[in-house]
Design a protein around this ligand. Sequence first.
Ligand code: C2O
Length: 546
Amino acid sequence: AKVHHHDFVVQATPVKRLCKTHNSITVNGMYPGPTLEVNNGDTLVVKVVNKARYNVTIHWHGVRQMRTGWADGPEFVTQCPIRPGASYTYRFTIQGQEGTLWWHAHSSWLRATVYGALIIRPREGDSYPFPKPKRETPLLLGEWWDANPIDVVRQATRTGAAPNVSDAYTINGQPGDLYNCSSKDTIIVPIDSGETNLLRVVNSGLNQQLFLKIANHKLTVVGADASYVKPFTTSVLMLGPGQTTDVLITADQPPSRYYIAARAYASAQGAPFDNTTTTAILEYKSANCQTTCASIKPVRAIMPAFNDTATATAFTTSFRSPRKVEVPTKIDHNLFFTVGLGLMNCPRGSRSRNCQGPNGTRFAASMNNVSFVLPSNFSLLQAHQQGIPGVFTTDFPGAPPVKFDYTGNVSRTLRQPVKSTKLYKLKYGETVQIVLQGTSIFTAENHPIHLHGYDFYIVAEGFGNFNPSRDTSKFNLVDPPLRNTASVPVGGWAVIRFVADNPGVWLMHCHLDVHITWGLAMAFIVENGVGGLQTLELPPADLPVC
Ligand code: C2O
């Protein structure tokens, strides 16, 4: 196994998009940032130097970080931020994961421009469980704002209203030829007639689930979130922010140019969203258009409607592990977490500047009625490891305070979220099941729920209220998919299971940044087990302090 050393310089860089130049925060002047390529078993050592004027941290999304929680990255969870002028070196080993992951800033909304792909190939000497692709291309889907994303989130937190939606979606940082001033920079993905290539698709967008389609081509899904899946064929992908999907594509169409297109899957009723479409172009080399290609009009991709839940569900329920897996069956913690938006009443008379949500309220979001607040003097992991009192409590509820019709039309006074920093404690090796139940206090929405430090099995998903006597019999305990981010369906639920075998403090949150901003998060403490292999490592000497 190799050790890969990288330097990440976080800095302001002029980036021109949609006819305007912005001073965007980037890594090494690149947007998107550098692609990291490793083999399973390798170690990454990434020195992050902060030359920007914002605090920053980097999260290695989906990397399990076995015993190396200090390298996970979420601000005030596993570390204090890297201040302007400071640096921190992340050191971790890839253990058993293969496929596509990614890295992104985990401070404020900096990940809008601070992100990149992390490609994990099989161990040296091992091969893919599918024929070796001719080429491999990462496709990072993103969201672009004309405004500074930090100002967009500040506006939302200050006013209590919803933030502005993005101005463009992007593929590998480019909006594509349906937007102003973007045509000549449209990403070209080359392919040769007859060859089969691997596309590594990542939804690095901030707030939108996205459909992706390639005109006239079928896609064979072979992996997701750095685990292989039982291959299945589809014409459309749907990814929530945070999720990755590896697909094989065979050039079996007449030589030409074909659109690769992505647009929102926006299932929430009435919530505004960016209704534009980003494009790249799949270009057959045998179209022999080295000089005249631009004159060949790409074949159009017919996209699903923005609210096509049937297509999204058909896709998300197609995932299986390649073979029978060991799903935990004796459950130590049977948890039920509501996930959803809510509204907070504003103090009487403060009908003001910071209460511009619906009817003079402010937006909030919560799990089991707790709207998560990050500490600011310590990281949760540091407070846990050093036994610093007063930073958090460990009474995160295992079930909602009151039962109600989660997906029905209920009065929001039933559930005014409470702001606090509550964690849920697990002993090393305990088994956990969580029913993630979407709510519709304000509006029903999909929630891509991401758990740090773990992969989990998604054993079932469905619509309406989870009903144990009806739904438990449908659990797939044979070959469910292993993921790090679960799309909880709009007006529905998903059930996940995992074994708490990685000590540390691990954030679980909705990967729509607007929802994490409003508090849709909680964290698990997983205590050390017995012996070195079950114990969190000591913090690195350069760990940033607050
Ligand atoms: Cu991809 Cu907490 O993040």
